[in-house]
Design a binder for this molecule. Structure first.
Ligand SMILES: [Mg+2]
Length: 234
């Protein structure tokens, strides 16, 4: 084992395919409420949802505003008045927690790193109900050493306070031995910068980094991670 012995994983769109889960869950929930949704509406929901989550990352909105506000905005835009945002959100969280799809190579990589003795934790901004459900169903809760959910901690990534809470719960783990792996520049990579730990950007689509965020390593496929970690001898 090299320089890093502890891996902080992002969950959605890094280990699990959130886009696919969201698509299934949202269509199912909308159908349940008697709403016919087409591609254009799904795309709008996705865009509105992303906008709300970036406000959370910037500290401009709290969880409640994100979870309910995205539905409020969506319903307003499409003139839908009869659905209660709270009701649809809680049903949606349950749906999200009952379905999962692994990202390519995710399960194999987590298992391989576990075999090599790395400690692995999942750090996620998702909601506690949905994330716990997905972790259990997918087997990730057994394959990793723990999970930190922003809803439970009280702060989201990329806030330093979120990471400080994680480190308080992991006595003896030094920041120089940790590496954060995630797909989001604004929550995972900026979070790693704020926390003073190494940042490994999972960038399957080869996007360019249009932010001021510092990236220490970049991977296109998760299977590249073990080799990178092994190379980093002190
Ligand atoms: Mg993510």
């Amino acid at each position: 084992m090299g320089k890093y012995s502890v891996i902080f994983w992002d969950l959605d769109q890094t280990l699990l395919n959130f886009d696919l889960s969201q698509r299934c869950a949202i269509s199912k929930v909308f159908r349940h409420f008697g709403l016919a949704v087409d591609e254009r509406m799904l795309a709008r929901y996705d865009a509105i949802n992303r906008e709300y989550w970036s406000r959370l990352e910037l500290g401009e909105a709290d969880r409640e505003e994100v979870l309910l506000g995205r539905f409020r905005t969506f319903f307003e835009e499409f003139g839908i008045e009869r659905i209660d945002p709270e009701e649809i959100n809680s049903r949606y969280q349950e749906e999200l927690g009952s379905i999962y799809f692994y990202m390519d190579g995710a399960k194999e990589t987590v298992l391989e790193l576990g075999r090599r003795g790395y400690r692995q934790y999942i750090l996620t901004n998702g909601s506690a109900v949905a994330q716990a459900g997905k972790m259990k169903l997918s087997g990730l809760s057994e394959m990793t050493d723990g999970v930190f959910v922003s809803e439970t901690i009280g702060f989201p990534k990329p806030m330093k306070a979120f990471y400080d809470a994680c480190f308080r719960a992991l006595p003896g783990v030094g920041r120089t031995s940790c590496i954060m792996v995630g797909d989001s520049l604004t929550s995972d990579m900026r979070g790693a910068n704020n926390a003073g730990i190494a940042a490994c950007w999972f960038n399957p689509e080869g996007r360019s980094n249009d932010t001021e965020v510092r990236i220490d390593y970049e991977i296109r496929r998760l299977a590249q991670l073990p080799a990178i970690l092994e190379e980093e001898y002190v």
